[in-house]
Design a binder for this molecule. Sequence first.
Ligand SMILES: *[C@@H]1O[C@H](CO)[C@@H](O)[C@H](O)[C@H]1NC(C)=O
Ligand SMILES: *[C@@H]1O[C@H](CO)[C@@H](O)[C@H](O)[C@H]1NC(C)=O
Ligand SMILES: *[C@@H]1O[C@H](CO)[C@@H](O)[C@H](O)[C@H]1NC(C)=O
Ligand SMILES: *[C@@H]1O[C@H](CO)[C@@H](O)[C@H](O)[C@H]1NC(C)=O
Ligand SMILES: *[C@@H]1O[C@H](CO)[C@@H](O)[C@H](O)[C@H]1NC(C)=O
Length: 232
Amino acid sequence: MEFQAKRSFLHRCTRSGDVVHAGLVITLLIGVWYAQALEVNTGKVHSIEVMNGSSVLLPCTYASCIGIQNLYFNWQFKDNGTLVKLCEAIIPAEGIEPNVKIYHERVEFVGSSKQNNISIVLHNVTFEDQGDYICFARNPKEKERNHSAVFTLFVVDELKEVDNTLTIIIVSVLGGVIGLIILIMVVKAVVLAVLNKAQEKNKECLVTSSGNDNTENGLRGSKADSKPKPKA
Ligand SMILES: *[C@@H]1O[C@H](CO)[C@@H](O)[C@H](O)[C@H]1NC(C)=O
Ligand SMILES: *[C@@H]1O[C@H](CO)[C@@H](O)[C@H](O)[C@H]1NC(C)=O
Ligand SMILES: *[C@@H]1O[C@H](CO)[C@@H](O)[C@H](O)[C@H]1NC(C)=O
Ligand SMILES: *[C@@H]1O[C@H](CO)[C@@H](O)[C@H](O)[C@H]1NC(C)=O
Ligand SMILES: *[C@@H]1O[C@H](CO)[C@@H](O)[C@H](O)[C@H]1NC(C)=O
């Protein structure tokens, strides 16, 4: 419960701040591009929700307009405030695959220098894996400046999702049935009212027509006048 509230809070924050963030990120990126030349990026999506037990790609790419040389990078997990190093490597030059040292048994390096890709995959995700993953890079060509990007992982329970869909189905079916009953009742009431009115009108018609007959007989109307004409 607490975790879900926190999650939706985080989502809301990122959503409401998106416009401001976009402007800020563009400004920063342009700044980074000119001043520092290296950029690390976790992509357009900065967080992902996965089910426990599954494998998840933690994406990260780098870009550098002045080129790289002995680019150092690592992935860190922010575990309750302390940073835990998951893997690290040095890319000697552009296009040369790094020899990645991995410090976590469920982490696999899936990147490639040919695509400036330093992504990792985390296998068999557990609830403890939830949190911030930091992709860090440093290009010695740029006076050892540090660059990093954060990717947030949310872990959800498969069963809760199934329960949610089940309750949603039940609620919508119940709502639909209740709505249908109400609709039928309303339609029935309207039809009955219309029928009643029609019947009343019919009665009125009968009464008025007989009344008309009476008046016709009693009074000399135009009809009464015209009637005798063909006779005559
Ligand atoms: C996910 O977690 C739930 C609750 O702890 C557990 O019952 C379920 O087996 C887990 N699923 C996987 C695929 O590990
Ligand atoms: C997180 O750290 C705080 C103190 O820094 C500690 O009290 C708490 O028990 C820690 N929680 C976990 C899950 O390790
Ligand atoms: C993930 O879990 C499966 C089944 O428990 C196991 O066979 C596999 O080796 C695990 N993979 C990793 C990378 O730990
Ligand atoms: C990085 O490489 C992984 C594994 O090949 C791939 O799934 C992912 O899409 C790549 N990311 C980018 C931005 O190219
Ligand atoms: C970059 O990060 C390292 C730690 O990884 C730190 O020692 C160094 O001072 C940082 N450099 C700058 C310029 O912030």
